[in-house]
Design a protein around this ligand. Structure first.
Ligand code: DAH
Length: 340
């Protein structure tokens, strides 16, 4: 018995030494102390032993069990310590290493400029209205008092889908759609994409416009001028001024072209303003009575002003961008410059 116990201890010792993980050690331990282990087998064999030898036998088996338990406990502590050390090693964080940066996106300069414009005009009480990009000839031209022989109606300038439908050439079409739906007082802002058969450094076949329309009793050109001054000061510089030059648009009478004092040179003259001190930013005017009539608004009771600007043009002036193509090339070196 004595000898046999020593053999079991030796076996257990070598099994414990071979185990390198907690799990391996547990499995080794179960071979001796588990339900089907060697010690349990010895206890079961007690039945076959003569009654007078049983106490001595039981004592020996208990001794064996205690020694085995102590042996495995000692190994368990060692294996756990090793496991913890290797876990800590593998999870080590080197706080002196440079961090990994996550690239942050930015709004496209057109979206950004559009949002800025909306903010400015919303602050003056304008509501946003968006018309469709595919328009009928009626909304894009006829209702806007643009006669059939007007050059803008030419195939050279307009993308026609059918004889009747086209890609809108101006957000002005939204003026008609809104006035058909809503009676004055009106203060509308209409941003959107427009399309023209045009392509050079400052023109692209697709670009964005921002349309404005105000209709109420007693609206005058002075209201337009005052609102434009406010717009220029907020969009460009606190010291910006505006000036109106006579112009022609079929849907406004009188019509004006609006210049803003050059924010690059403060009006002294520089390459950006071609030495004039002024930069043209938008077209505007008092809504033509015929346009009001076309929408069922009485021109003797109501008057209004309208304006339209190119968002690309405003962005080019504000951020010093020299080619319109930059907006659509998606070059990240360009786009990255508009991060907040
Ligand atoms: N629709 C004009 C264009 O595309 C811009 C414009 C001029 C809009 C005068 C207006 C306006 O509302 O009153 O060039």
């Amino acid at each position: 018995m004595e000898e046999e116990n020593e053999k079991i201890i030796e076996e257990a010792q070598s099994a414990a030494e071979q185990a390198t993980t907690s799990r391996g050690l547990y499995e080794a331990k179960m071979k001796f102390l588990g339900r089907t282990g060697k010690v349990t087998a010895l206890l079961k064999s007690m039945r076959e032993i003569a009654a007078e030898q049983r106490p001595a036998f039981g004592k020996k088996v208990n001794e064996l069990r205690e020694r085995l338990e102590a042996l495995f406990a000692a190994h368990e502590a060692k294996v756990k310590e090793k496991e913890l050390a290797s876990k800590l090693e593998s999870e080590r964080v080197d706080v002196t290493e440079p961090g990994r940066h996550t690239a942050k996106g930015a709004l496209h300069p057109i979206t950004r400029t559009r949002n800025e414009l909306i903010d400015i005009f919303a602050g003056m009480g304008f509501e946003v209205f968006e018309g469709p990009e595919i328009e009928s000839e009626y909304y894009n031209f006829t209702a806007l008092n643009t006669p059939a022989d007007h050059p803008a109606r030419d195939m050279q300038d307009t993308f026609y889908i059918t004889d009747e439908f086209l890609l809108r050439t101006q957000t002005s079409a939204g003026q008609i759609r809104l006035m058909e739906q809503k009676k004055p007082p009106i203060k509308m802002l209409s941003p959107g994409r427009v399309f023209r058969s045009d392509d050079d450094a400052t023109h692209s076949p697709m670009f964005h416009q921002m349309e404005g329309l105000v209709v109420d009793k007693g609206i005058t050109l002075c209201d337009l001028k005052g609102m434009l001054d406010q717009f220029a000061r907020t969009m460009f510089a606190e010291t910006s001024k505006t000036r109106l030059r006579p112009s022609y648009f079929p849907f406004t009478e009188p019509s004006v072209e609006v210049d803003v004092s050059c924010s690059a040179c403060g009006g002294k003259g520089c390459p950006l303003c071609k030495g004039t001190g002024w930069i043209e930013v938008l077209g505007a005017g008092m809504v033509n009575r015929r346009v009001l009539e076309n929408c069922g608004v009485d021109p003797d009771e109501y008057t209004g002003f309208a304006f339209g600007m190119g968002i690309e043009r405003i962005a080019m002036l504000k951020y010093g961008i020299n080619h319109i193509r930059l907006f659509t090339e998606n070059d990240v070196r360009f786009l990255e410059q508009f991060k907040d």
